[in-house]
Design a protein around this ligand. Structure first.
Ligand code: FES
Length: 291
């Protein structure tokens, strides 16, 4: 097929021109500043959605690090706990809080897949389609969920939402790289909580329960919440009283399969070689002064 896209002339370009000139399957958003509803403008976005309580939490994050810019990753999770994604307003908010440029913040947002560049569903369903899970059924699970969550015969795509984003029962589906649970493959996660040894049928049952407003218990780990609540935890904010905190984060965290190697070693008396105690650890560079 002949590509009829005109070749851009050299020289400075308006952002909408470079956006339009990219081919259809180029992930332009990944290399452009994030803008609301795909629009690129030079206006400062309205950051009023991040009220005094969010600003206070942002200041708390900054206080946790010797250099304020180190608070960027948790601050982006804080932004997602408010909006369900990192909007351009979120980028501006972080840049202003941390005295960074918007380009520096955008570079981080677009690098890590945990930062969503469009509004997420109430829940994020991540299906591992990396090698081991894929071979054991992960691809089939993803395909079945994409079709099941789609409409009018069109499956939902990677990072697309079934339902109105943020509304109860809405679900963003995504491919995920290895979720570090290969011993329990094929696995999927809902808001980063594990559901092990899935099948296409069990995955469909799970998303149907989510759409009904239920919160099926993960195979292990903390109880299921929703994407925004999980993001607040990832930002490092938990309930203050111990009982509520424990209820929010506690759960069985290990599976028999995961411990099988350690158990075999213990049964057979195998141990790792002792660490040589005469090898000095390399000195760390002293921290440099920074923002
Ligand atoms: S390949 Fe799926 S958890 Fe490792």
């Amino acid at each position: 097929m002949t590509d009829t896209t005109p070749t851009p002339e050299p020289g400075p370009r308006q952002s909408w021109e470079t956006h339009a000139a990219a081919s259809g399957d180029t992930d332009v958003v990944a290399i452009s500043p994030v803008r609301e509803e795909g629009m690129l403008t030079d206006e400062r976005p309205d950051t009023s959605v991040f009220g005094p309580d969010v600003v206070a939490r942002a200041r708390e994050l900054i206080a946790r690090y010797p250099q304020s810019r180190s608070a960027l990753l948790p601050m982006l999770h804080l932004v997602q706990s408010v909006q369900g994604y990192v909007s351009q307003a979120g980028v501006t908010f972080c840049a202003e809080q941390l005295d960074l440029s918007e380009a520096e913040v955008s570079a981080v947002v677009t690098f890590y897949t945990m930062y969503k560049r469009k509004p997420c569903g109430e829940h994020l369903v991540s299906v591992c389609t990396n090698t081991l899970c894929a071979a054991l059924g992960g691809d089939a699970i993803y395909r079945r969920l994409a079709e099941h969550l789609g409409e009018d015969g069109r499956p939902v795509g990677h990072e697309e939402v079934a339902g109105a984003p943020g509304e109860p029962g809405s679900i963003m589906l995504e491919h995920a790289e290895c979720l570090a649970a290969c011993d329990l493959a094929p696995v999927l996660q809902v808001n980063y909580e594990y559901y092990d040894k899935q099948t296409p049928d069990s995955a469909v049952e799970l998303v149907d329960a989510l759409r009904r407003g239920e919160k099926p218990a993960p195979t292990r780990g903390a109880p299921l919440t929703d994407f925004k609540a999980a993001e607040l935890q990832l930002a490092g904010f938990f309930p203050e009283d111990d009982a509520t905190y424990r209820a929010a984060v506690d759960g069985p965290s290990q599976a028999v399969e995961t411990l099988r190697g350690a158990q075999l070693a213990a049964d057979r008396g195998w141990t790792a070689p002792a660490m040589a105690d005469d090898v000095p650890l390399p000195a760390l560079d002293s921290k440099k002064e920074g923002r």
